[in-house]
Design a protein around this ligand. Structure first.
Ligand code: ADP
Ligand code: MG
Length: 306
């Protein structure tokens, strides 16, 4: 059945460019499927704009990433406008985006996480809040924006007051050595686990979005029991946060003490990338679900919070 679909993309978060790429890929797929598509670069007048769209959309495809698009804000507007939308609802989005909150929920359901503390600017400028090595991340940005690894041998004072890149508080987390694993979840099913091997450094913004900067190993070459465990943990995390539609869990696999190693959950992305380089489409394709089929499933699952 042909649907009237509004695709939300862009916005003004740190992940604007990624979102424009996701949006473009989704628009192309939806048009190829025969749907009638309106692409919207989201500004602060989005509520008025959606209200005035004619014909009224049957579905909103949310291709936004980051603040306002992934944190429950846009989901709240769409709930109020009674426009069914793809991906998670308001609460799950807000919880997943706020890493300290998400980690509390993971811990409650027995998902292994790395020890962390939330500290203010002054505390981090004054000294190490945790033994090194540790990772500093903004509580609520994605795409590795602002993620900084402080190694044992780094400068004594890794941060300067003048060039402080964060808000008033940050999350400081124990560094988990080992490998980078990501798992795609589609509804009530974990599709599979993929290993990302950055050619150099860690999986930062450049390595994530530049072709050829990281190798993708699908399926992830893990011992079978751990492969299954990574999938179980990702689905459990998706369900514990109350996610809908598609999500993607980022994990570390620490095999530095030998196999079997330990899996550690870093985060759940409720609005994972939908570009041609993106991980969820790659994992889905490996499961025999081509990109257009994935997109069609996503709009079929679209809804507002009950
Ligand atoms: N505790 C950690 N130990 C080791 N590496 C980490 C840790 N936390 C984050 N990283 C690295 O930083 C990347 C981004 O961190 P993540 O928590 O997934 O935040 P986001 O993707 O939202 O920026 C991870 O994919 C991983 O490579
Ligand atoms: Mg991540």
């Amino acid at each position: 059945m042909t649907k009237q679909v509004a695709v939300l993309m862009g916005g003004w978060s740190a992940e604007r460019e990624v979102s424009l790429n996701s949006g473009a890929a989704v628009v192309k797929a939806l048009r190829g499927l025969g749907h009638s598509v309106t692409a919207i670069d989201v500004q602060r007048d989005i509520a008025q704009l959606l209200t005035r769209l004619f014909p009224r959309p049957d579905v909103v495809f949310n291709a936004l990433h980051g603040r306002f698009g992934e944190d429950g804000c846009i989901q709240g507007i769409l709930n109020i406008l009674d426009l069914p939308y793809t991906h998670s609802g308001l609460l799950a989005s807000a919880l997943a985006m706020d890493k300290p909150s998400a980690k509390k929920i993971f811990a409650q359901v027995g998902i292994p996480i790395a020890e962390s503390v939330v500290v203010g600017r002054a505390a981090l400028l004054a000294g190490d809040p945790l033994p090194r090595p540790y990772v500093v991340k903004p509580a609520n940005e994605g795409s590795s924006v602002g993620v900084r690894i402080v190694g044992a041998g780094d400068n004594a004072r890794p941060f300067e007051a003048e060039s402080w890149p964060y808000g008033e508080t940050v999350m400081v987390e124990r560094y988990v050595p080992g490998r980078e694993i990501t798992v795609a979840v589609m509804g009530d099913r974990a599709l599979g686990a993929l290993e990302i091997r950055p050619r150099q450094g860690f999986y930062d913004y450049t390595n994530k979005y530049t072709d050829g900067k990281a190798d993708h190993l699908m399926p992830a070459p893990l011992p079978p029991a751990l492969y299954a465990e990574a999938c179980r943990l990702a689905l459990l995390a998706h369900q514990a946060l109350g996610c809908r539609g598609v999500s993607r869990a980022d994990l570390r696999y620490d095999d530095t003490q030998g196999e079997p190693g330990r899996l550690v959950m870093l985060e759940v992305n409720t609005q994972p990338g939908m570009t041609s380089l993106s991980l969820v489409p790659e994992i889905a394709a490996h499961c025999g679900i081509p990109f257009p089929e994935l997109v069609e499933w996503m709009i079929r699952e679209a809804r507002c919070d009950a």
